[in-house]
Each structure stands twice: as structure tokens, then as C-alpha cells.
Write a new protein. Sequence first.
Length: 532
Amino acid sequence: MTSGRVNPQFRLEDQGIEGLGNVYYNLMEPALVEAALGRDEGTLGKGGAFLVTTGKFTGRSPKDKHVVKTASVADTIWWENNAEMSPAGFDALYLDMLDHMKGRDYFVQDLVGGADPVHAINVRMVTEMAWHSLFIRHLLRRPDREDLADFIADFTIINCPSFKADPARHDCRSDTVIALNFDRKLILIGGTEYAGENKKSVFTLLNYLLPEKGIMPMHCSANHAKGNPVDTAVFFGLSGTGKTTLSADPDRVLIGDDEHGWANNGTFNFEGGCYAKTINLNPEAEPEIYATTEKFGTVIENMTFDPETFDLNFEDDSLTANMRCAYPLHYISNASQSARGGHPKNIIMLTCDAFGVLPPIARLTPAQAMYHFLSGFTSKVAGTERGVTEPEPTFSTCFGAPFMPRRPEVYGNLLREKIAQHGATCWLVNTGWTGGAYGTGSRMPIKATRALLTAALDGSLAREEFRKDPNFGFDVPVAAPGVAELLLTPRRTWDDKEAYDAQAEKLVQMFSDNFEQYLPFIDDDVKAAAIC
């Protein structure tokens, strides 16, 4: 049995996927919620939100992600960062997964990655779980219904949580697997119910494909000034650094919250929705995101709730600190209808400094911007990846190493070229700790961060007096409207100044040690900008 809209020449059988049970093509949100409830996959919450838990895995499994090593990609994949899988291992994995799928029901969504039609890719998502189909329908871009009759997928992703891989037979690390085969245009996901693997697989695809076209793929959020798409800002950062929160500015138009491309004609969102962290979500600080948690079809992941009132508990992280909600972009009232903007006028690099050393904002030269982009210093936030239970200082190159299939300097050089071509101003913003390290200090006040970003984006911050940071050599404002001057000089916020000096020296050395891997690939001016 089949149901839903589909190109009659592009059914799963035409792709060699046969023997399944019922196949449901391109069901819309009400039908998907109904199917998920009928299959006991979750609970209907307030406003029609769909409440789910993801079982054993409440975050991504980056160590279980593999790229199939074929001749076409052997010389272009960053193998130190991407585990390889043999073609024979993938072939066995594919056949075994198809055999496992026989007789079972599946849900198919034909979707698009990329708001710029010139650079977009068509993606067919095949999911075992109805709510995964709802999730990815939110997160990718939805073609008009009439266009589905002509839809042909560039890549197919099959997600089968009930399938367990065999490391010996399938050439993988564990029974959880995410395997990308660029030659066969297939991605296979098994052994995990965490829905974030779906969207990050598409991001990884675009991260590989777009640089060949001179397009910079970016793990960033983006917005632009109201009525002025030319005034675009992008916010780089790992999960938990504030990309979603800080780009959802009611005074600006939201382009997207996580993944974008920078092409010759400007910025475009990869996605059709948002995937926001909900731990400690505050209706006053983030009213738009908070409101989505009671809208129809919003997927609420791994949150506890009152069994009678269905009120969500935003403070209870007993399931995970990585609790999230997934919703379509149009649920945000100031979201861009086109999901496109101009060339970034301001580039914000968000870091969550658990050492409490970095200032709340600093202005970077182009060379310093490439240095900090390649360094990607931040702290992994609890729950985002398996095993992370408290902030861990880390270097994640390009602010997204788990999703970077190519060497980091490929992305770094692209970013530098585009900054030079379009004259973007770059800022490093610390949303981490101040007054001490994690466990002693406190998180940077979000009101101060917002005030500094507002001043940076409207140009007023550039007119303030700046000082040279003695540790990193970048420029730090001496004063800023609405921000205590004390906060702008991290050393002054510490009670123990010698402890700050020791912590700063430690962090500087960590930067230096980490950056040695890039020295053979970068220009002298970036080397000079490394550490003052």
C-alpha cells in the first residue's frame, strides 16, 4: 500500500527498495501527527505539539559517522576527522538494512536543502518513524505540492533506528552507524532515534558539495535588518553558544538558525525550520521560541512534562540537557519568507569560554578572523554529544568540525576570500563564563551580549574607543552602551587576578598548541595574527 503525493516514476521500488509494508509518501503535518500517535511514538502536548523521547541516544554520535572511501573522494575528504568505510562494508550494510526493512512500514518525504534554487539539492528522506518524518519536514525546505510530481532526488537518506550494524561485517565502529556514500548518493542511519542525525547528514552533504562551486557553507545562524537584506549578519558557533537565541532578534529578520551558504549573490538558509535548545527557555528573554513549544506539530524532544496539564518542565534535565524543539521557520513571526539575505556585513563568531578568560566581544582583523575560525574554540555544552555532561573546553575547527568532510583550510580560505571581497567586519563574542572559570564564575549576562551585538550591528560600537587585548592581540571596546565597563575587561571581573593570569596563559598555550596543525597550510599574516 502507498499513500500521499509522489512522482509516479520515483517510488522506492524504482530505486531498488522493495518488499516493504505500507509506504506513506509526503504526508503533511496533521497526517504525520496522527500516524505517530497511532504508532504510540509519542504524546500530543499543549497546542498540538508532539512530545517524544529519543531513547538511549539524546545527542549526536559523531564517532559513528563514516564516509565511504571511493576513488572520487579519496583525495578530498579530511580523513583525520572522518572515519572511513570500505565500499564493500557499505554494500553489505545497505543490503542488510534493506533486508531488515522488508515488511515494515516507512514514511517518505521529498524535500530540498537550500533556499537558493540554483544551489539547492533534492533529498529523499526515508524514515522508520512517523515523527522523524515530521521532524525532517520541519527542518528541510518543503517543495510546493504541485512540484512533487516532477521531484527527483539527488540524494536518498534512509533512517532505520531498529537496525543494528555489525562492525565486523559493515566496517564501522559500533552497532550505531551513519554512513555517507557520495558515489551512490546514499546515506544510511541505523541504531539511533536521535532525529538531529537526519538534518546534520544533509548539512554534511552540502559542506562537501558547495565549496566546489565557490560557495562557503557555514554552521551559523543569520538575520538581516528589517527592510534591508543587504545588512546581513551571520553567527558562527557550536550548539549551545547562542546561535538560535541571538539571531532571533525581534528587531531584525531571521534568515535561519543553524546552516547557511554564502554564494556570489549573497546568503541563503539550507533549512526550512529551526531546532532550538529548550533547557531553561525563558518566555521573557525568548518569547518567539518559547511560543513554538505550544504550536501544532512542533516536535518536543526529551522534555519532562506534567501528565495531567502537559505543562513542559524547562528546568528538568533528567533526560538530557540537550532537550530541544523542532518547528517550521514560519512559526517565528519575523522570519524571512525567502530565507535569503545579502553578503554578510558583520560576521559574529560565538564562543562559550569555560575558562572565563575571553572578553564579551572583540573586533578581529581578517587574518585574526581566519585564525579564530580555524581554531573554533568553544566549550561543548552538556548533552549535545553522547558523554558530555558539563562544559568541556574544545577546539572544533570552523565551529563545526563534526560536519566538515573537507580539510578545514578549504573553508577557512573561502571565508577569508569572501571577507576580503565584501568587506565584512568580524567579531568574536564570548557567551561563556565571566568572573571565573566554569564552577566558579557565572555565565555572561545575555542582556549584555544582546546590547553589545546591537551596537556592533548598528555600527555604533565601531565608534567607541578600543584597547589591545594583551593575551590575544585583538581589539576590545573600552566602553559600550548599556554594558558595565568592568565586564569588558575580564581580568577585573576575577577576585583573584593572579588566578586569571594563570588561566589566560593556559588558554593561550592551548590555542598555540592546537594551531600547529594548520601552520603548513596558511599564509604568514595568519601565522602572525595567531597570538600577539
